[in-house]
Design a protein around this ligand. Structure first.
Ligand code: ADP
Ligand code: MG
Length: 325
């Protein structure tokens, strides 16, 4: 499908009611189950709509129409290269980390930072809330950030401290960050399920869940809860990846792991989410403490990058390359 055609349908299908087969009643059903934008419907499954009482034929028609407006369809291998070219990189604002990541954080996929307490996961997230606002030519995505915080660690003061180092006005920078505190795992899931409209209205290009796993870990205790925990986490991540694809946004999650006394620490470190996160997130970065304010970032899995390490430094100015100075 050509770009002009996508553009045509994008203009034509702006609201749910613009889609064929969607009247006011169906539109309100869709909104109730968390599909408030055409973009989010493009990545919906027929079954999800049927569950809300929409007939299968109508559901198929709605989803197909929505897909026309964001160019999701079967593609040939050579076209996939072109489709992938809509993937952008978001600078972390830290040259060593950008190099490790092959130019920054990718849109349309999930990047996970995991490590012990105090290794800089939340610091990186807060810096990304600033860099996402930068113009493309400076490595930004010219958009806003959505920050879902489960540990109450987001600090507006920190944003105001970091912003001037990227030549952004601190108060303006704060205005482009939408913050939500999640109180439980189901609240966290609900926030994301209802996020599509907020994402669209605020031109959100970065979705952060910091941390993905803390509520799940404290609520689902014991072996017998493991299967349902993984199932819920899987659903949550699935929603996240779909939002990232639909809005060409970067998705960043954090995951706290326990200290490892073993020298062969990497073998022992098992992030809380286990295999499900490993399969869903496309890029995983393990953080560990070095001397003083130095942290070592290690790329663990990437579909196309070799593994490697980068030193970073946490300072008053934000996250910087640990190689300088
Ligand atoms: P976590 O991995 O647990 O999310 P954080 O991202 O909160 O860890 O990182 C905490 C670290 O960041 C601490 O070592 C703290 O000293 C450092 N830090 C936080 N704010 C500042 C600042 N304004 N200047 C320098 N270092 C800071
Ligand atoms: Mg943190």
């Amino acid at each position: 499908m050509g770009e002009e055609q996508v553009e045509y349908y994008k203009q034509r299908y702006q609201r749910l009611e613009d889609l064929p087969g969607v009247g006011p009643a169906t539109a309100s059903k869709l909104r109730e189950i968390g599909f408030k934008t055409v973009e989010s419907l493009a990545t919906a499954a027929v079954g999800e709509l049927v569950e809300a009482g929409i007939s299968e034929a109508t559901a198929e028609r709605i989803i197909e129409a929505a897909r026309r407006s964001i160019a999701i369809t079967f593609v040939r291998g050579d076209e996939l290269v072109k489709l992938r070219s809509s993937v952008r990189h978001l600078t972390t604002g830290c040259s060593s980390l950008d190099n490790l990541l092959g130019g920054g954080i990718e849109t349309q996929s999930i990047t996970e930072f995991y490590g012990e307490f105090g290794t800089g996961k939340s610091q990186i997230c807060q810096q990304l809330c600033v860099t996402v606002q930068l113009p493309y030519e400076r490595g930004g995505l010219e958009g806003g950030a959505l920050y879902i915080d489960t540990e109450n660690t987001f600090r507006p003061e920190r944003i105001m401290q970091i912003a001037p180092h990227f030549n952004l006005d601190p108060k303006e920078a704060l205005k482009r960050i939408i913050f939500a505190e999640a109180y439980t795992s189901s609240h966290q899931m609900m926030l994301l399920e209802n996020a599509d409209e907020v994402i669209k209205e605020n031109n959100i290009k970065l979705i952060i869940i910091d941390s993905l796993t803390s509520h799940f870990r404290s609520e689902y205790i014991g072996r017998e809860m493991l299967a349902s925990r993984q199932q819920q986490l899987n659903k949550h991540l699935h929603k996240l990846i779909r939002l990232a694809r639909a809005f060409n946004a970067a998705a960043v999650i954090t995951n706290q792991v326990m200290a490892q006394p073993d020298v062969f620490f990497l073998k022992g470190v098992q992030p809380v989410g286990g295999h499900i996160i490993g399969h869903t997130s496309h890029t995983r970065v393990y953080l560990r403490k070095g001397k003083e304010n130095i942290r070592i970032a290690r790329l663990i899995v990437s579909p196309f990058l070799p593994e490697g390490e980068a030193p970073i430094r946490i300072t008053e100015r934000g996250i910087e390359s640990g190689e300088e100075a």
